[in-house]
Design a binder for this molecule. Structure first.
Ligand SMILES: NC(=O)c1ccc[n+]([C@@H]2O[C@H](COP(=O)([O-])OP(=O)(O)OC[C@H]3O[C@@H](n4cnc5c(N)ncnc54)[C@H](OP(=O)(O)O)[C@@H]3O)[C@@H](O)[C@H]2O)c1
Length: 337
């Protein structure tokens, strides 16, 4: 049996100050022990996301209220995880050692490590049968997308700008699952992908002015932080929502959001998703039924984590970038990704 006094260690990505990818290093750190009500997961797969790169940089500055002003409070990044439960704290029911699980750690991060402890009632769910760990780490972008697409009603018209990124690829699928009619705006290299994800109409922003489609939408979602409410005004019905992942030029999304908050229906939003645990459970169901799939750009081995952060920072990834913490033999996964 493992005891605290064994001084066991694990490998974890750590950063001791904010900065570029070179700030990151894989170090030996104490193996975490699950507390009351917690499980410990032996992590096999994670992702590197734009949230991870922003956390590494400490940008935007106000976000340091959560992550630490002068130095990171949470020294190991990473939000998505999939792996095997290898220890239980006191009082845990519903999970057993050996369970294959996936989920999110949006508050304390720490998934870029060989092990992770989190509450058993947190955002954690069984990996759907037939899915490899590296196919199950699809939650972070989907959760952010859900914060916006969950506002759609069946039959509503929705435009997703930047539908090729981690959030955008999820948003197209989740909007379709809500019964919306989806127009996806992407660059030329992603036209086929957007159609395969279910978009009813695909627009190439490199060849066409997407703000001059001659059509209006109930929801316009800037899923990549590259447009603005001002540019999209011709697309908006009088009651439309303009939602964005980013602050907007000159913090316009924040300022307009505050301005419109006086109205009955806030019209400019940076939706922050809630209820990660409920979302992960429902995502597990969608994955199991084959109604949602992660779009994977590439996967990096754990030792190449700095390279992975560098690539994600280019803003050019398609969907998700995986991080393989502990390689898994193929287990008859469904071939997604
Ligand atoms: N609100 C939050 O809490 C939160 C959380 C996470 C992320 N974010 C933000 O959300 C945004 C999206 O994150 P993500 O991970 O989904 O992004 P991402 O995966 O890095 O997005 C990259 C994709 O965007 C496309 N793209 C680049 N420039 C574009 C443009 N001008 N117009 C349309 N598409 C363009 C790229 O393809 P092409 O260049 O070929 O078009 C690429 O496929 C980021 O800005 C991030 O900072 C916010």
């Amino acid at each position: 049996m493992l005891r605290m006094t064994d001084r066991a260690t694990m490998k974890a990505v750590t950063f001791q100050g904010y900065g570029p990818p070179e700030t990151l290093a894989i170090r030996d750190v104490p193996l975490p022990m699950p507390g009351v009500g917690e499980v410990r997961v032996q992590v096999h797969a994670s992702t590197v996301t734009r949230t991870d790169t922003a956390t590494m940089r400490g940008h935007p500055f106000f976000a340091r209220a959560a992550t630490g002003f002068c130095r990171p409070k949470m020294p190991t990044p990473g939000i998505d995880f999939a792996g095997i439960i290898d220890a239980l704290g006191a009082g845990v029911t519903g999970f057993a050692p050996g369970d294959r699980v996936f989920g999110l750690s949006p508050d304390s991060y720490g998934t870029h490590a060989e092990h992770l402890c989190l509450r058993a009632d947190a955002a954690i769910a069984p990996v759907p049968a037939g899915l490899r760990f590296d196919q199950a780490v699809v939650g972070e972008g989907a959760w952010y997308a859900h914060g916006t697409t969950s506002q759609l009603d069946p039959g509503q018209r929705c435009l997703i700008y930047g539908a090729s990124g981690g959030i955008g690829t999820a948003a197209v699928q989740l909007a379709k699952l809500r019964g919306a009619e989806v127009t996806a705006v992407v660059g030329a290299r992603h036209l086929d992908l957007a159609a395969q994800l279910g978009a009813d109409r695909v627009v190439n922003y490199e060849a066409e002015d997407f703000t001059a489609l001659g059509q209006t939408f109930d929801l316009v979602f800037d899923a990549v932080g590259k447009t603005s409410w001002f540019a999209c005004r011709p697309l908006l019905t009088p009651d439309a929502i303009f939602a964005a992942t980013d602050l907007g030029p000159g913090w316009s999304n924040v300022l307009l959001g505050a301005w419109f908050a006086r109205s009955a229906r806030p019209r400019v939003q940076i939706p922050f998703p809630k209820d990660a645990s409920g979302f992960v459970r429902s995502l597990g169901g969608l994955l199991a039924e084959g109604r949602f799939r992660g779009v994977f750009d590439r996967r990096y081995p754990f030792d190449d984590v700095v390279e992975a952060f560098r690539y994600v920072e280019t803003g050019q990834k398609t969907g998700i970038v995986g991080l393989t913490v502990r390689p898994e033999e193929a287990t008859g996964g469904d071939g997604a990704g």
